[in-house]
Design a protein around this ligand. Structure first.
Ligand code: CO
Length: 209
């Protein structure tokens, strides 16, 4: 039987370390979570939400999938979105993509990958809708980078179109949707400057994508 003993040892060390720094840390967290942020990011192991913005457990509600997609029929993502907006009442939703995304790259290859090809079809559709601008870039890496950015913007739009976000704006609640991209080669985040805080701004963003 394989038990991953090393990970349990690391866990005990981490918990002791956290407790040494803040004796009430776990007690406080066990009573409630009140994160201000919902993070929708890629499953890529190199893009751990809480760590790259240097926050602590309890501060970000997280949903991750391959290539950070927000699909209107994805019950998992929609449930996270609804819970975050209506129950936790987060103030910010961050869609974060990253350069060097395997999902983006795989979507543009002709190779078959099995089940995941159905998921990647959403990225192929985005590519088709932006084919002219993408193919005006001669270098493949630049094309991947731009597609990663456009993908984030499209997902920001999808978040804005959800009932939960529309209802929050309708009731006058302060809720912003942000589009960011992370560079795994230097650990830095870039704001794609597509922040939307109300219905009018979401229409303006649609025109820019
Ligand atoms: Co990725």
């Amino acid at each position: 039987m394989v038990t991953l003993t090393e990970l349990f040892e690391r866990n005990r060390g981490w918990a002791a370390d956290m407790k040494a720094r803040d004796p009430d840390f776990f007690l406080r967290l066990s009573q409630q979570q009140a994160p201000e942020y919902l993070w929708i990011g890629c499953s890529d192991s190199r893009v751990p939400a809480t760590q790259i913005v240097d926050l602590l457990p309890g501060e970000i509600f997280v949903h991750r999938n391959i290539a950070n997609l927000v699909v209107h029929s994805d019950l998992n993502c929609l449930s996270v979105l609804q819970f975050a907006v209506e129950v936790l009442q987060v103030k910010h939703i961050i869609v974060c993509g990253h350069y060097g995304c395997g999902g983006i790259k795989a979507a543009l290859e002709n190779q078959k990958h099995g089940l995941i090809d159905h998921w990647l079809q959403y990225i192929r559709d985005i590519y088709r809708n932006h084919q002219v601008v993408l193919e005006s870039l001669m270098e493949e890496p630049a094309r991947y980078r731009l597609l990663s950015e456009i993908n984030v913007m499209e997902q920001v739009w999808n978040v804005c179109q959800s009932d939960f976000v529309q209802n929050a704006w309708g009731s006058g609640r302060g809720l912003s949707v942000h589009g960011w991209i992370y560079d795994i080669s230097d650990g830095l985040l870039k704001d794609l400057d597509v922040t939307v805080s109300n219905r009018a701004e979401s229409v303006a963003i649609r025109r820019r994508i």
